[in-house]
Write a new protein. Structure first.
Ligand SMILES: N[C@@H](CCC(=O)N[C@@H](CS)C(=O)NCC(=O)O)C(=O)O
Length: 216
């Protein structure tokens, strides 16, 4: 069993940290964690001591460092076949939408920052963010239409795709983005699972407030 250390940022704000953390927890893979508070005078130096990329999350497994959330997920998948669906077409969809999340939706991410403990926030979104929201709803709808009968997660069984979109599920609740029933059901599946509850409870216990992440 490898020694795994996951280096994360603030639970309340660090959406990229949440993704691999949720995946490891949901799959029951043991790991220890190191939390580096973001936006502090020593943040950069502390992260750089763990990763040359200077960003969290970072997975350190035995002596090996892996950075970038999707690369961490792929590394975990190398030794665990529950990370991605096994059926080839479902697996291809899971990978496609996860890569789309990793590489895109910049307007949404900028305008609606993850803020796990906040609720009832209202933001006037730009057309670019509205387009991101529409595309995300379309992704979730096509996933649920094709795989709803197989289980409550995005593609039926839990997979990395749920972990990749979990921070968006949280944002949509914080900022009151309306969802049709089938998508609201998936949102509840993610936000109410034990691992996500654990993350949210710890986020609420964090003292730091990062002003520029507090919008709406
Ligand atoms: N593309 C990266 C994004 C990582 C990222 O932007 N992390 C933020 C926190 S959510 C960070 O480390 N910020 C600290 C900094 O830039 O100093 C990934 O997928 O892991």
């Amino acid at each position: 069993m490898p020694e795994r250390l996951l280096v994360i940022g603030n639970r309340n704000y660090s959406s990229w940290s949440l993704r691999p953390w949720l995946l490891l927890r949901q799959l029951g893979l043991p790991f220890t964690e190191e939390r580096i508070a973001l936006d502090q005078p020593d943040t950069k130096a502390r992260i750089l001591a763990r990763s040359p990329a200077g960003r969290v999350p970072v997975l350190i497994e035995d002596e090996l460092g892996v950075w970038e959330s999707l690369a961490i997920i792929e590394h975990v998948a190398d030794a665990n076949n529950a990370v991605w669906p096994t059926e080839p077409a479902t697996r291809a969809m899971a990978r496609s939408i996860s890569a789309e999340m990793h590489g895109g939706f910049t307007a949404l991410r900028n305008e609606l920052p993850m803020n796990v403990r906040a609720a009832g926030r209202k933001v006037r979104t730009s057309p670019a963010a509205d387009a991101d929201i529409a595309r995300i709803k379309a992704i979730w709808s096509s996933a649920r239409e094709a795989h709803g009968a197989a289980g409550p997660w995005l593609l039926g069984a839990f997979s990395a795709a749920d972990a990749m979109f979990a921070p968006v599920a949280s944002r949509f609740r914080t900022y009151g983005i309306d969802l049709p029933d089938a998508l609201a059901q998936w949102q509840r599946t993610v936000l109410e699972c034990a691992a996500m509850q654990e993350w949210a409870t710890a986020a609420r216990a964090e003292a730091e407030v990062i002003e520029h992440e507090e919008v709406g």
